[in-house]
Design a protein around this ligand. Structure first.
Ligand SMILES: Nc1ncnc2c1ncn2[C@@H]1O[C@H](COP(=O)(O)OP(=O)(O)OP(=O)(O)O)[C@@H](O)[C@H]1O
Ligand SMILES: [Mg+2]
Length: 300
């Protein structure tokens, strides 16, 4: 396989992963991958199942210590410790949702905020004035984030009672609570219907517009090619191709390795029809909900 290791660096590089390799015994899950994300960018990471995408995220966030290579954030090499990576300014969501199911929506966001609050345990236990002020400020910020993400009206609901799409959104709100400069999203639209996917796309654009760079893993090609400024494709742990969505989606190696069948014409004409049908259904549901009072359902 021809491996492409060049990546676009600018004066405003936020993330710089250099020669990252991750081996598990005899298996090399990620091999010598370079990747940058610059300020203001949304970068996509695609590749077939088992290509090493999540492993690469785990190397970026200190969950794994890479066998080789280094990861820098805004020019400083990151220590491979998750809490230090979060403190430095990188936040992430997980492929498998990791919320505190029995905590409320608001509490879940507050948990994400703790890396940005200085007040210690004694201050919290004794409810010193500094703690009360900090707690109030955290709650205000958390509510702001819930407004932004569209979950403010569900702040008091238990996380486990949220529909699946809202749980994914809540994970994003919790990640944003640490005030990151870079957000890593691992399959943010997995399991979503086309309408929820479209809403998530808008949300990610809005996050980028707030000055947060984004690196996103997804299998939904229509979503990725619409959203991203740049896309890298991993195959068997190696970066096969990197470039603009146009370049990557027409690269024969990507098509062969990942997409299986070539993209024909406008990508996703069928999916576009699906989105429209789902939107029509959602509008119908909303009209019905407005006339009948509904009880919240436990989705698990
Ligand atoms: N902790 C681990 N120990 C051993 N092998 C691992 C570990 N984590 C991942 N792997 C292996 O590394 C390879 C890459 O897995 P990874 O989860 O990174 O793929 P992925 O690209 O995220 O796939 P998917 O699209 O299915 O999420 C797989 O072969 C996987 O089994
Ligand atoms: Mg994965």
């Amino acid at each position: 396989m021809t491996t492409m290791t060049t990546t676009t660096k600018t004066a405003t590089t936020v993330l710089d992963a250099n020669g990252v390799t991750m081996r598990f015994g005899g298996l090399t899950a990620v091999r010598n991958v370079d990747l940058t994300v610059n300020a203001g960018e949304i970068v996509g990471l695609i590749g077939p199942n088992g290509a090493g995408k999540t492993t690469f995220f785990n190397c970026l966030t200190g969950l794994y210590v890479p066998t080789e290579g280094k990861v820098s954030y805004k020019g400083t090499v990151l220590p491979p410790k998750p809490h230090l990576v979060t403190q430095a300014g990188i936040a992430r969501t997980f492929q498998n949702i990791r919320l505190f199911a029995n905590m409320t929506v608001l509490e879940n966001v507050l948990v994400g905020r703790h890396t940005r609050t200085k007040e210690g345990l004694w201050s919290a236990l004794l409810r010193l004035p500094g703690f009360t002020r900090a707690e109030q400020a955290s709650r205000e910020r958390a509510m702001e984030l819930l407004e932004f993400i569209g979950l403010a009206d569900k702040a008091d609901h238990l996380a486990r009672n949220l529909p699946y799409g809202d749980q994914r959104k809540l994970e994003i709100a919790r990640a944003l609570a640490s005030d990151p400069g870079l957000l890593l999203l691992d399959e943010p639209t997995a399991g979503m219907n086309p309408q929820e996917t479209r809403v998530t796309e808008e949300l990610i654009f809005a996050i980028r517009d707030q000055g947060i760079a984004v690196l996103v893993i997804e299998h939904d090609m229509r979503f990725i090619f619409n959203l991203c400024d740049r896309v890298a494709c991993l195959v068997q742990g190696e970066k096969l191709v990197e470039g603009s969505p146009d370049i990557v989606q027409s690269d024969e190696r990507v098509v062969a390795a990942y997409l299986g069948t070539p993209f024909e014409g406008a990508p996703g004409a069928e999916e576009a029809a699906e989105v429209e049908a789902a939107e029509a259904d959602a509008a119908k549901d909303a009209a019905q909900t407005a006339t009948t009072s509904t009880e919240e359902e436990d989705t698990r």
